[in-house]
Design a protein around this ligand. Sequence first.
Ligand code: COA
Ligand code: ZN
Length: 315
Amino acid sequence: MSMPERVAICEVGTRDGFQIEPEFIATETKIDMVNRLTAAGLPRIEVTSFVHPKAVPQMRDAAEVMAGIERRPGTVYAALIPNEKGAMRAIEAGVDKLHTVLSASESHNLANVNMTVAESLDKLAAVAPVARDAGIPVQGGISTAFGCPFEGRIPLEKIEAIAARLVDLGFQGISLADTTGMANPAQVQRILEYLIPKFPGIEWNLHTHNTRGMAIPNILVAMSCGVQSFDSSVAGLGGCPFAPGATGNVCTEDLVHCLHAMDVETGIDLDELVAAAQRLEEVIGRPLPGQVMKAGPWDRRYAVPHAVEERLAAL
Ligand code: COA
Ligand code: ZN
């Protein structure tokens, strides 16, 4: 299997993760979590989203969170936005990068952002000059790219047509999102092998959810197809409030652990990341899906039982 030497991980826990929490998480708690993730060496963090506060009340403090975080030089602090108003608010708040949101399926796009796909693309066309004037790069996200909980599989031509529009708008990256964990490795390979050569110079990102346990296999296949940028969520928190059955993103520390075990670099300190995940579990107040924070890393060693020790000594 061909593997890149290094991949860039974008932490989305404070956005995709926090947005599904029904209880409002205090602004200082959100800021503290972003700071811990920065300290753990995450190269990219999707800090929050600038959406309508009635649509996602949890994100209503987006500007305060951006204003309160400690920014490490070199770390990219991004935010999710659905339209020009979101872009202007995010730029005003000082983001380094915009992540736009639209879905490949009409029904999910209507449920999520109250627009048809064509209407969303028009809104994103208005985002492009705002970003360009501010000198801010844009990654265009395509949700439900591998399947929609209402419509099932989405024709590849539809994904391609949306990607082509986003590239025409001058967006620097495209993120394919498996919003409800419907993707499988063979499908990921088929889609990426088809799309990547058609759009030279575009940075591809994969946004996975581990709803059905297929996130890491999907990421490994994407890596073998040349993708080097992945979203993940600390402790595996996450889900879309407008997609039935959506559960957590691939867990950041589980993914980092897997990559480091294979000698793929991330620049992330796994111990600090695990500490952040354990802190998050306390904040959220229920067990979270992350596995490495419970099991420890693969090279964890346990004391040999006494009886075994005696037998070993006699060998
Ligand atoms: N931030 C804050 N307010 C916004 C906004 C934004 N990004 N975009 C629009 N608004 C305001 C408008 O200014 C307008 O305000 P007014 O009534 O005071 O004039 C109002 O919202 C309605 O504008 P409209 O464009 O008709 O929006 P809408 O009501 O159809 O909602 C979205 C569209 C996209 C703003 C809304 O559905 C949304 O924020 N969805 C986000 C969903 C999400 O985050 N999902 C999870 C991520 S995957
Ligand atoms: Zn997501």
